[in-house]
Design a protein around this ligand. Sequence first.
Ligand SMILES: Nc1ncnc2c1ncn2[C@@H]1O[C@H](COP(=O)(O)OP(=O)(O)O)[C@@H](O)[C@H]1O
Ligand SMILES: [Mg+2]
Length: 339
Amino acid sequence: MIKLGVIFGGMSTENEVSVKSATSVMNNLDKNKYEVFPIYIDKQGNWFEYEGNKPIENIIKYLKNMDVIFPVLHGLYGEDGTIQGMLELLKIPYVGCGIIASSVGMDKSYTKIIFEKAKINQTKHIYIKDYAGEKMTIVEDDLDEKKINIDEIINISNEKLKFPLFIKPCNSGSSVGVNKAENNEDLKKAILEAFKYDSKVLIEQGIKGKEVECAVLGNSRIGVEASRVGEILSAEDFYTFDAKYENQDSKTVIPASITDEQQEEIRKLAVKAFKALDGNGLSRVDFFVEEGTGKVFLNEINTMPGFTNISMYPKLMEDFGYSYSSLLDKLIEIAMKKK
Ligand SMILES: Nc1ncnc2c1ncn2[C@@H]1O[C@H](COP(=O)(O)OP(=O)(O)O)[C@@H](O)[C@H]1O
Ligand SMILES: [Mg+2]
């Protein structure tokens, strides 16, 4: 039996989402193969043996007893390289991306820098940070920094981008803190709102069109497989937290209603993006296909995508030929072979 620690919850805005993902994972693990140790981290960062809700006194000792860890954590302190760094130090194999892919993939401004280098098409954007008093810092394309006030940012945005815009905290997930702006008033409000969640914020050109996603599995060494491309039919104006998790009218469709050429283009881009970040195990790569032009834009990469039975990642992989349980086996196998 393989001793498998499943870590979930976590100190992020996506704590509850992680609990849902981990519950699905644990329900689908083959109990003949794995002795499962559910480990819950609460929002304050306390660790518990989930069964019996017993605090874990010596976390290092507890983890060292495992053969492999599956960190089913979304967002900060989970999907951002921090827990991956701890597991590297402890020399415990773990499912999913390593430190670099996790941390770069979590921070939308740094993801953009790497994907620019890879010449992958992305939305035009403005990167601002460190809001204090009336001032903030704008980071230019060459990474030079300039202190300016919010009205100047709005002027720059009006010159460079066209409404609608999307404003997001760089470390967002599950659409928390993400807002759409149709005018300067919305924009100002959305910037201030985004700064409540993070010291770094992106203002992005809004793309009208289809929202599509591709699941990838593997790594550069063993090869990367890409699923077909699926489509999000959001029940709301955009794919908000509510549209993702609460509104039953949101739908996902496989395959997306795009041309075969677009399917192929997106699958190739998903693999390229994953490799560009030095990805391992899994990721879901999200794109927009612009109405009218058919142009493809990479939106973001999720190194620990939602993992409930009805989440896009497992559904795309099921469509590709991996049942939920065999997908888990494969991910754990990749994790254990790495060392
Ligand atoms: N540039 C954009 N154009 C159109 N819609 C966008 C854009 N950026 C974000 N959105 C919408 O907002 C949602 C959340 O933004 P996203 O960047 O995916 O953040 P998160 O990491 O929170 O999922 C997307 O699923 C999409 O519906
Ligand atoms: Mg997203």
